[in-house]
Design a protein around this ligand. Structure first.
Ligand SMILES: *[C@@H]1O[C@H](CO)[C@@H](O)[C@H](O)[C@H]1NC(C)=O
Ligand SMILES: *[C@@H]1O[C@H](CO)[C@@H](O)[C@H](O)[C@H]1NC(C)=O
Length: 188
């Protein structure tokens, strides 16, 4: 039987409604491959305001002074930063990054960071924990060491890239590349 005009109209309507929906729901494009691997890729923006969401709690001892991009060797910095869906600080907050970093490079540019990122996405609620080296002015990959809630047993990495390092609030783009081991994907 030949498709009728009605069929085309319905198909076009479904496409029109499906497309914007897909773009908005950031955790909708999760994948299951044939081997039961589940993965999730999305990006958020972390905003850090000096002396408001992030503080130096121990002063460093050597190297360059405190600037937008450097801190003296040994500086301990603690933060609780909001994470939004767009680079604009006024966009919707869907996550919080809590953690600390210790300046470990004598150039003042590199640190070791530990963070818990709490996420409230459309289909995934929970936290992931990351640890690794951060470069203040270059993209850095942080291994994911685990998670809680819908992110229990999650693996992968988080790439942090500076977006805006000027002014009191600095912004980083955080790309999440998350993978669940087969034994979790099969039971969920
Ligand atoms: C943040 O607070 C510290 C300690 O009070 C102060 O020395 C520093 O100048 C402040 N930084 C900014 C950018 O306000
Ligand atoms: C950020 O979002 C606010 C509120 O939605 C808007 O008024 C403002 O123009 C936006 N700023 C930029 C730079 O897009």
């Amino acid at each position: 039987m030949a498709p009728t005009l009605d069929n085309y109209v319905v198909a076009i309507l479904i496409l029109l409604f499906a497309l914007p929906w897909k773009a908005k729901s950031m955790d909708s494009h999760q994948h299951h491959d044939g081997n039961g691997m589940k993965s999730l890729h999305f990006a958020l923006f972390q905003h850090e305001t000096i002396n408001k969401t992030g503080y130096i709690v121990v002063n460093g001892v050597a190297g360059p002074g405190v600037s937008q991009t450097t801190t003296p060797f040994g500086t301990i910095f603690v933060f609780q930063d909001p994470m939004t869906v767009a680079a604009n600080r006024s966009s919707k907050v869907v996550g919080v990054a809590e953690g600390s970093s210790i300046t470990s490079g004598l150039d003042g540019l590199q640190s070791i960071s530990v963070a818990k990122i709490s996420l409230r996405l459309k289909r995934h609620i929970g936290s992931i924990s990351i640890v690794g080296g951060t470069h203040n002015i270059k993209p850095s990959d942080h291994p994911v060491v685990g998670g809680t809630g819908d992110f229990l047993f999650v693996q992968g990495y988080v790439r942090s890239s500076p977006v805006n390092l000027h002014g009191l609030t600095v912004t980083y783009k955080i790309d999440f590349h998350l993978y669940w081991p087969p034994f979790v994907a099969k039971s969920s």
